[in-house]
Design a protein around this ligand. Sequence first.
Ligand code: DGY
Length: 337
Amino acid sequence: MPTLCKPGVLVTRPIFPEVIARLAEHVRVCVQEEDRRLEPAALRERVRGMVGLLSFVTDRVDASVMDASPELRVIGNCAVGYDNIDLDAATARGIQVSNTPGVLTEATADLAWALILAVARKLVPADRHVRQGRFHGWGPMDFLGTDLCGATLGILGMGRIGRAVARRAVGFRMRILYTSRSPVEPLPADATLGGAGFGEGPERVPLDRLLRESDILTLHVPLSESTFHLIGRQELAAMKPASILINTSRGKVVDEAALVEALRDARMGGAGLDVYEDEPALAPGLCDLDNVVVLPHIGSATVGTRMKMAMTAAENIIQGVQGRRVPNRVNTGLPVP
Ligand code: DGY
């Protein structure tokens, strides 16, 4: 099909050339070449006339964006989370919306573990200490951290990523508790070999027990009305005094101001954060705290994973512009196709 007759697809950030090439086999690709978030007005302007939109977590795709292009049929969000898209508005307009589940599970679980280890073993202040030339030899009381072996890992949300985090905890011989809407299938047989003498597989518990008993609490729930500030002042107060909070899900699941207070008052041991309530802004005071590791939303940021995510989003869009059912459609209520 000549390029000009092909349906248009807007890609809102620069991505791998292989993905652009794959899209270009079927559609006319318009890439926003500057690697920055498009302001809402610019997004409305750029999407005009497009049939597909390849969006990212930084794009706020609301009804006004959809109305800017009455031709819009499919939105392929290059992320597993899709809280940046007004799903009801898309469904009402017959627009298929898709995400990229599965392909980022392992990379995100790895990063949650990187944060657990970094906070528990004080890696960032220890690294700074060496770089600043303050390391004058081994010290018996220097940078004392937290033992992971035998500690209790609490997993809030036992979906794909929560389960991948749990699998890794087996190797650390941790006791695993979790809270989720439904019980999970047992982990592979070797999962029950861990637990440092606990001998049991992961135990499903209510939230209040998860908060009370976890030494490390890691969050793996999507953002929705029911998970907004799920970890607020009251929940933080219920956690153990030396506990560590890890968040690689969505910033708004945690009341960040309350977290800063709890950390500042030493009511918790520390936190490892990859996501923030009002990204890219951080709550005042967060960066002044020594017991916090802050990362710039890089849970899925490996070459292989980001390639798979972008390719998955592209394949979803190709199906959508051809009027077929999109494989990873998240607005399941949509009657057609
Ligand atoms: C996701 O996939 O939801 C991440 O937050 C972006 O990689």
